[in-house]
Structures are given as C-alpha cells and as structure tokens.
Design a protein around this ligand. Structure first.
Ligand SMILES: Cc1cc2nc3c(=O)[nH]c(=O)nc-3n(C[C@H](O)[C@H](O)[C@H](O)COP(=O)(O)OP(=O)(O)OC[C@H]3O[C@@H](n4cnc5c(N)ncnc54)[C@H](O)[C@@H]3O)c2cc1C
Length: 449
C-alpha cells in the first residue's frame, strides 16, 4: 500500500478515503449490510486519466483491487477485505447524441441519475425495477427490467465503451472486447463509459395492480391460469409486467407492476384492463406518467441498506406445478414488510440480440427472485428460512423445466458454473480474456474463468 499512498500524495487531486476518515463509513456502505466488506482504502477517480494512472500503480505493485459503482451486488463481491476499492461513482456524466439515438454514460452512474439526465432531453432507456442500482453493473451482466420485451435487455443497449484496460491504457473497446463486456461485466477492463441506446421518453401507463388477496393462494393460481390464456394470443412487446407480493394497507397482497411503453395509450388501456381482469382487483393505481416519475415512486419502496440475500431459480415456464409452489410459499410468507418476491419474464416477443455478446440466456424464461430482505436481522433470519424452503421446493419441480443458465449477479459464487452460463459463448469469453487480461488483473470481477 505504500506505493499507492505515495502515488496519492503526489497526485493530491485524486480523491480517496481511508478507515478513520470522516467519509469512509458512508463510502464503504453497500446495499447488503451483512456482506459489506472492509477495504483498506477507497479511491474515487473523477477522470479517465486518473483512473488509468491508478490502475497502472495498482497493477505494477500487484495491489489487490476491486471496482464498485452502485454497490448492489447482493453477495458483497464488490469490495475486498483490506484491498483497494476503485469507487466509480464520481464518473457519472451523460452526454446525449440525439442524431445517433445514443448517450455516453459514466461507468459509475446509477439508474436514477441516468433516467433524470435523459429526461432533460426527453429520452429514456431500459432499466431494472430498482433505480438505485448502478447502470454499468446492471447492463453489462444481463440487465432484466420491465422494458425488456419492448427494447431488449440491458446488455443489448450497449453500442460502445471507453475503458481502461489491464495495462492501465485508455482505449475504445474493439468488437471483441465489446462482445465480452456485453454479458461479461468488468472481466476484461474497467468501464469508464458506455455508449448506450436511448429512446424517446413519452407518456407511459405505469403502476401497481393489487389483487384481492384474502385467499392469496387462489388469487395467485387464478392470475396465472388467466395469464397463460392471455399469452396464447401473444402479448404486445410494449406491455411489461413484474409480478410481486406487497404489503398493502389491506395486508400481504399479490400484485403486479405494469408498464405500457408505446405511444398508443388507448391500446395500452385495453391491455391494462386485460391484466386487471386476470383476478379480482383490490387497488389499481396504474396512471399516465413518465418512466422517470414511476422510478421516483418505486425508489421509495426499497430499503437503501438491509440484511438481504437472494435465491433466483429460473424456469422455462410457469407450469401448474411451479405455480402451486409459488402460491403456497407466498401464502406462507412471514407477514413482514419488505421486498421478498418478484418475477422477471423474458418473453418470446423481446427483441433478439442484434449485436454480438457473450450473454447466453436468450430463450424465453422466467427468473423467480426470492429476496429475504429487512433492516432487522431477526426478521431477515426468519425470512431466510422461508426463502430457503421456497427455493428448495422450486428446484424440486420438473427438472426439464428448470432453466439451466443462472443469472450471475443474483447467484452466489458457489452456484456459478461459467461453462453452463456462457454455453457456446464460453470459448469467446476465454479467448478474449486471455488476449486482454492474460495475468487476470481483474480477478475480483464477478466473472472468473
Ligand atoms: C435491490 C436490487 C434490485 C435489483 N434489481 C435488478 C433488476 O431488476 N434486474 C436485474 O437484471 N438486476 C437487478 N439487480 C442486480 C443488479 O443489477 C446487479 O447486482 C448489478 O451488478 C449491480 O450493479 P451496481 O453497480 O449497483 O453494484 P456493484 O456492487 O457496485 O457492482 C456490481 C459488479 O459490477 C462491476 N462494475 C460496476 N461498475 C463497473 C465499471 N464501471 N467497470 C467495471 N466493472 C463494474 C463491479 O465490479 C461488480 O463486480 C438488483 C439488485 C438489487 C440489490
């Protein structure tokens, strides 16, 4: 660390914080309390030159480092004990190019800040359900969200990247490196900025539909039976749904988050009515709004920090057997508030991959997120037992229906089999990794071969 301290002393403009500094605890904070690590120092570059010179010092002196942005990795893999954290959050610019429908976005920006900046230009872009997430970590590892069926996954928004490579050089990612950034995250470079696709931000219909849930099991079964029938005629890509359970004033309730994101709000309202018709409704607060305003509302619903973990089994289909398990476990969920269950669906209508990537989970499938989460350790422990039972029961359903590709950000290291995850794209990932990072400088990235 002495070499780093000497470097920081002679480059005093580079912000940094050490244990004992007044801002250290706030900077160290990650979303999941029990997974938050104790780095030896946090360095906060503001420019690509600062980032590049920092990487040169770290690699020359073989100092262990990790890269963080939004701090949402649920298993805390973003920082390392006693290591150097490169905190990207000072790099959060957004430069819009209206003619190419793209924006250059800083590698440390959060979804919320990105949506706020884009809205100033009447633009928007796909995003996850929780806007405090870092954009780069979300988009480069896959990027599921409520606009996936309309505009594609986060990974498919990436058009270009400016990076600092394993030698500390500044460069624009070439096609090989971009292919790996799309699905391989920060495994071959630190991403200073991404160039991403942006879309006109018009009015959308968005909100929660909360179903009558006195008998939660029956409600969930009815919803799924009717949803399955609705899908037979195919659902327009502009309709995004994220099924969840919320704690409404009436108590624990089955609900769906809905967003209709195309211009034809009349057609959108017809689809809202169809989703309302899936089961008896207690509250419908779907309104005409903007994507930004909707995200500002949902931002209030999730704790900034909490005790949490996740189980994230994937299935090809919500079969009757799977729905039975879901219904039973949401009925039995301990009655504590908190974000504990949600389903992302990658529908067949979702735009296909249009650029090369190593992201391999391209078949239509459902990601079932079971998220014990609470600011109280005791409640978290109680929810954890419930979540483990839920996960085990889902994994015991028909093996042919289990989706084999785990979602890296939502899977603990011991559950990651990269050969299965990347399938026939694994060799590309390996070749590009060997070419750009032969010494495995980025050994603390999520993807490790
Ligand atoms: C509450 C919550 C809700 C979520 N919702 C969704 C969702 O709806 N859809 C979905 O797909 N995922 C979701 N996720 C998962 C989330 O997208 C990933 O965990 C994502 O990687 C988090 O990025 P981050 O920057 O916030 O986290 P960090 O922990 O800071 O970073 C995560 C990883 O990305 C790497 N990274 C970040 N920035 C850079 C960079 N500039 N250069 C190189 N590497 C970088 C880090 O090194 C780290 O390995 C959610 C997670 C949480 C906790």
């Amino acid at each position: 660390m002495d070499q780093l301290r000497h470097f920081l002393a002679t480059n005093s403009q580079i912000r940094h914080s050490s244990p004992g500094s007044s801002d250290f605890e706030a900077l160290r904070e990650q979303v999941v309390i029990q997974e938050t690590r104790n780095p030896g120092i946090i360095v906060r570059p503001c420019t690509i030159e600062e980032l590049a010179s920092l990487v040169k010092v770290l690699t020359t002196n073989k100092l262990p480092f990790s890269v963080r942005a939004g701090g949402h990795d649920i298993f805390g893999r973003t920082q390392i004990e006693k290591g150097v954290t490169i905190d990207m959050r000072e790099i959060h610019h957004v430069d819009v190019n209206k003619s190419s429908h793209t924006a250059r976005v800083g590698g440390g920006i959060t979804i919320m800040n990105l949506l706020q900046e884009l809205q100033k230009h009447d633009l928007t872009t796909p995003h996850p359900v929780t806007p405090s997430v870092g954009y780069t970590g979300w988009a480069t590892h896959g990027g599921y969200g409520i606009l996936s069926s309309h505009h594609g996954l986060g990974v498919d928004q990436i058009v270009g990247a400016r990076v600092v490579d394993a030698q500390g050089n500044i460069c624009d990612a070439d096609e090989d490196m971009l292919t790996v950034i799309r699905g391989g995250g920060g495994s071959v470079a630190i991403i200073y900025e991404l160039i991403i696709k942006v879309y006109p931000s018009k009015k959308v219909l968005a909100g929660f539909i909360i179903y009558e849930s006195k008998d939660l099991t029956s409600t969930a079964r009815l919803y799924h039976d009717n949803y399955r029938n609705l899908k037979i005629d195919s659902i327009p890509p502009a309709l995004g749904l994220y099924e969840t359970v919320i704690h409404a004033p009436e108590g624990k309730s089955f609900a769906t988050v809905l967003m209709w994101s195309s211009d034809d709000l009349g057609e959108g309202q017809q689809w809202v009515d169809k989703i309302i018709g899936l089961a008896p409704v207690a509250v419908n607060n779907v309104i005409e709004t903007t994507i930004l305003a909707f995200n500002e509302m949902t931002a209030e619903l999730v704790d900034k920090t909490a005790y949490a973990t996740i189980f994230c089994p994937g299935v090809y289909d919500l079969t009757a057997e799977v729905v039975d398990v879901i219904s039973t476990y949401i009925e039995n969920k301990p009655p504590h508030p908190g974000f504990t269950f949600g389903i992302h669906e990658l529908r067949p209508e979702a735009p296909r991959e249009c650029r090369k990537s190593v992201f391999n989970a391209r078949d239509p499938h459902f990601l079932i997120e079971i998220i014990p989460m609470s600011s109280s350790r005791e409640i978290f422990d109680e929810l954890l037992v419930w979540a483990q039972g839920f996960n085990n029961a889902l994994r015991k359903t028909d093996p042919d229906n289990i989706y084999p590709i785990s979602y890296i950000p939502l899977t603990p290291n011991e559950g990651l089999d990269f050969k299965v995850i990347y399938g026939n794209r694994y060799e590309t990932l390996k070749r590009v990794k060997e070419q750009y990072d032969p010494d495995n400088v980025f050994k603390h990235a999520l993807v490790q071969l």
